[in-house]
Design a protein around this ligand. Structure first.
Ligand code: PGA
Length: 262
């Protein structure tokens, strides 16, 4: 498969930001800026309480609204959690799973990431699966092993068919919210390593079809050089996805580059 056939993804992770009114204002402001940019998927993952307002504002546009997590049970005694069935009942198609902040602060493990991913896929959702190494692991030179192990564990038991609904986001933890962006070469190396894993576990077609995003301090200053890498198919963006002007610049630069290079 020609890599240029992979559709670009620009996904924003709002984290614990934006009330419903703020989300509405943001979507209303960004909507005209991304109108007509139909050769990519534009997704904002919002806090649960903000999803409905963001969806209402995004209606009729090319913007999709996703969630930032999902539980693996369908329903039951899991105080504070939300199931995939609840999300799909609200028309939510995308969900981030395994973000490093969930792993760092809320005890998320590869095992629970795997369970959540399976539950979301079984409910018909599309998953943005986040993984990446912490600083100490990078400094110890074990990035490849760490990322390979996360990929193996997080995707355990997931079929080639289900992988059509998985987007992988390589997010080196040391780059998130720090302004320290990975070099384009290391983003490319990680993206390539994912494809090698998928090739070995599934087949060439799956390896070429899965979209791999980079996340960690993406901005208009680094988007072009990152997206130029052949295996980087888009971005998962935190800080810059809270700023309409900056996000507009990232979208415009990214899509201008993918349409001319890829
Ligand atoms: P950042 O966050 O762009 O603010 O580094 C990325 C993320 O956490 O997904």
């Amino acid at each position: 498969m020609n890599p240029s056939k992979r559709r670009t993804v620009i996904a924003g992770n709002w984290k614990m930001n934006f009330t419903p009114a703020e989300a509405t204002a943001f979507i209303n402001a960004i909507k005209p800026m991304v109108a007509g940019k139909d050769n990519c998927d534009i997704i904002f993952c919002a806090p649960y309480v903000t999803i409905a307002a963001a969806q209402a504002a995004a209606e009729g546009s090319n913007i999709k609204i996703g969630a930032e997590n999902v539980h693996f049970a369908e329903k039951g005694a899991y105080t504070g959690e939300v199931s995939a069935q609840m999300l799909t009942a609200c028309g939510v198609e995308y969900v981030i799973i395994g973000h490093s902040e969930r792993r760092q602060y809320f005890g998320e493990t590869d095992e629970t990431v795997n369970l959540r991913t399976k539950a979301a896929l079984a409910a018909g959702m599309k998953v943005i699966l986040c993984l990446g190494e912490v600083k100490e692991q990078r400094l110890s030179g074990i990035t490849d092993e760490v990322v390979a192990m996360q990929t193996k564990l997080d995707l355990a038991g997931i079929s080639a068919e289900d992988l059509k609904n998985v987007i992988i986001a390589y997010e080196p933890v040391w780059a998130i919210g720090t302004g320290m962006v990975a070099t384009p070469q290391s983003a490319q190396d990680a993206a390539q390593a994912f494809r090698e894993h998928l090739r070995a576990t599934f087949n060439e077609h799956v390896a070429q079809a899965v979209r791999v995003l980079y996340g960690g301090s993406v901005s208009s200053k680094n988007a072009v050089e990152l997206i130029t890498e052949p295996d980087v198919d888009g971005f998962l963006i935190g800080g810059a996805a809270l700023d309409v002007d900056e996000l507009t610049r990232v979208c415009t630069l990214t899509l201008a580059t993918t349409s001319s290079h890829k």
